[in-house]
Write a protein that binds this ligand. Structure first.
Ligand code: GRG
Length: 309
């Protein structure tokens, strides 16, 4: 079945209602995480952390984690949302640091001033750094409450940290910064984004499946789904950067200003859109091939390519 047909089983209204409910539960878990982390921090660092974590966003990574967990037969509850929120804590730190003058030098994020513009560079660097171990500890604690057992808890937290590390998001960001002003080849661009954006998105699915105690085949399929939608997500990010206003995006388009190679600069708009569609189809096929029936994950694959921000 194609991604569009599989997603068609979940109508637009049902998807919107699902996203709204899941996001509300994720916001609750993020608020719990912030309340747990802030008391140990100086007041200005706490304010920066609160800004970076609690000022909106699509909350896609935690939603994917929860969706994978339930697709593998797990029942949602507070501990699951706390596990899912650990991904968003890493994501939040990456955006706070990415926006700094030494990286993207961005003034606007999610329609608001970036964290360092509001709270200063020093507090933002410190808050971002505090989020990394904070996320790992939240993930371990959530796994324990989910009854994962020590070995599975270590595996799940390991997935998060490997995806965030030099072989994943951090390494991808280095490659991205080093690639500015240079024309990257198609394989180089895929590799960069598989690490910078794709690794954490794929880990979201894999963590949900692993925490649910899914079979190796199911974990593999969800990783495959995650890798494909991770790439689709980044391609669409490039398309949106090239075509949408700051008002719609909630941030200033910046790829051209930083002379970045993108899917649009390399392949053109139409081919970039087709490639994103193909990746979404591939994601859904990976689940179907493994016999995983998950219409909501098919709908989320469509959402990733059809989103406008
Ligand atoms: C020290 C080199 C070095 C790196 C530190 C800063 C950093 C680590 C990593 C940055 C990675 C990065 C900026 C990835 C961007 C991924 C991306 C497409 C973000 C946008 O995600 P959305 O659309 O954002 O999910 P919302 O706002 O919806 O949460």
């Amino acid at each position: 079945m194609s991604a569009r047909a599989a997603a068609g089983e979940v109508g637009a209204d049902a998807l919107a209602a699902y996203l709204e409910g899941e996001r509300a539960a994720v916001e609750g878990a993020l608020a719990r995480a912030v309340e747990a982390l802030v008391p140990a921090l100086p007041a200005d660092v706490g304010r920066a952390l609160r800004h970076g974590v609690l000022s909106g966003g699509k909350r896609l990574r935690p939603v994917l984690c929860v969706s994978a967990y339930t697709a593998c037969g797990g029942a949602p509850g507070e501990a699951l949302y706390d596990l899912a929120a650990s991904l968003e804590l890493i994501h939040a730190y990456s955006l706070m640091h990415d926006d700094l003058p030494c990286m993207d030098d961005a003034a606007l994020r999610r329609g608001l001033p970036t964290t360092h513009r509001e709270h200063g560079e020093v507090a933002t660097v410190r808050a971002g750094a505090a989020l990394i171990p904070g996320a790992a500890l939240r993930a371990l604690d959530a796994c324990e409450r989910l009854g994962c057992g020590a070995e599975r808890a270590r595996d799940v937290a390991g997935l998060l940290l490997r995806a965030a590390g030099a072989g994943g998001m951090v390494g991808g960001q280095w490659a991205d910064l080093e690639g500015e002003g240079r024309s990257l080849g198609a394989d180089e661009l895929d590799d960069l984004h598989r690490r910078k954006t794709g690794a954490l998105l794929a880990a979201s699915l894999e963590m949900g499946a692993a925490a649910a105690g899914a079979s190796e085949a199911a974990v593999d399929a969800l990783r495959e789904y995650g890798r494909a939608i991770g790439l689709a997500f980044q391609i669409v990010d490039d398309v949106l950067d090239a075509t949408q206003s700051a008002e719609t995006l909630g941030k200033n388009p910046s790829d051209a200003a930083h002379a970045k190679s993108t899917y649009v600069s390399l392949h053109g708009l139409e081919e970039a859109r087709r490639r994103a569609d193909r990746e979404a189809e591939r994601a859904v096929a990976a689940l179907a091939d493994a016999g995983i029936e998950a219409p909501m994950l098919a709908a989320l694959a469509r959402y990733v390519v059809e989103r406008d921000r």
